[in-house]
Design a protein. Structure first.
Length: 330
């Protein structure tokens, strides 16, 4: 999922990120579709199965993950309804509780503060149930840690509960990663990055994606406090160890750009755009900014137009992209 956005928006994004590319499915065929980012096909397969058998927990989970990836409100609402029906028929189906908690968290946030506040208890309860039913599982624990860190206290947030969950993780690697997430939330960026980069290069899929995402956010946090050069070695390490993934390359581009190496940053952004998970990052926006810095208005305009046309991203970045396009005559 993230950092330095308003708390409630952050909650929605992190609940999505906590599920990204995790080893969620017990069926290899569904996991393969998800890992390959073939979300439309995953949605079709899962819908066919869930229609035939409403308490097919793996199908319900597939609908939920496809809805999150596609970022479409009707698909999210349909996935919520499927998850609720599954829980009614099969109350001990952990995947259905997890599906409800993650998708409802995002859907409620998309509908505004009032809806988010009303839904917070259900989100927390669903994620807690998923973890209680499968205490050795990682995704539900990570999502619940996110919830406790990011929800306001009146909505059930609790840094103490997040810390308890991290300490109770079933493996040292999970515990360290979740402790790093807590450090990130407390703006202890360097400590969080050190914890994450000390993890083994080979991790379980359900942990590796969060490790990369949180390390990227720690690095960007360090950049925001003038420590780009200090964060750079960690991102270079992750780039070597996770060469197929966009996150470390994107972060390295940001760090190099902050240091004034715009040509190098541009090459890194272009590389990141072709890697797995690039859609999680505003690559086109950053390419446009760098091209503008380099005095290439037409190239900058094209990249910014692509970013605005896609309609995804933080509100501040979209607004800045529109302002830059106005300056460029676009």
């Amino acid at each position: 999922m993230n950092l330095l956005r308003p708390t409630l928006a952050l909650l929605a994004a992190c609940l999505t990120a906590a599920s990204a590319h995790a080893q969620l499915f017990k069926e290899p065929a569904l996991q393969a579709l998800y890992d390959a980012e073939r979300h439309d096909e995953l949605q079709r397969v899962a819908l066919r199965r869930a229609t035939a058998q409403p308490d097919d927990a793996q199908a319900v989970l597939g609908l939920a993950m496809a809805a999150l990836a596609r970022n479409e409100a009707p698909a999210r609402q349909a996935a919520i309804e499927r998850a609720e029906a599954c829980i009614e028929r099969q109350p001990r189906a952990a995947p259905c509780h997890y599906a409800l908690g993650t998708v409802l968290g995002v859907q409620a946030m998309s509908e505004g503060l009032f809806k988010a506040a009303r839904s917070a208890g259900t989100v927390r309860s669903a994620l807690s149930s998923a973890l209680e039913l499968e205490p050795e599982g990682y995704p539900a624990r990570a999502a619940l840690v996110e919830f406790y860190l990011l929800a306001p206290g009146v909505m059930g947030g609790s840094a103490e509960k997040a810390a308890e969950l991290s300490r109770a993780a079933p493996t040292p690697e999970q515990a360290r990663a979740l402790q790093a997430r807590i450090a990130l939330g407390e703006r202890r960026f360097e400590q969080g990055l050190q914890l994450l980069t000390a993890l083994p290069a080979t991790l379980a899929p359900e942990l590796a994606e969060d490790m990369r995402a949180w390390a990227v956010q720690c690095a960007l946090g360090m950049a925001s406090t003038g420590q780009s050069a200090k964060a750079q070695p960690a991102m270079e390490k992750l780039r070597r160890e996770h060469s197929a993934h966009a996150g470390p390359v994107y972060a390295l581009a940001r760090l190099r750009g902050e240091q004034g190496a715009h040509e190098e940053a541009l090459k890194l952004y272009e590389q990141a755009a072709s890697l797995r998970g690039a859609g999680l990052y505003p690559v086109s926006y950053r390419i446009g900014v760098v091209q503008q810095e380099l005095g290439r208005p037409e190239a900058a305009k094209g990249a910014l137009q692509r970013y605005v046309a896609a309609g995804r991203g933080q509100k501040a970045s979209l607004e800045d992209a529109r302002k830059r396009l106005a300056q460029l005559g676009g």
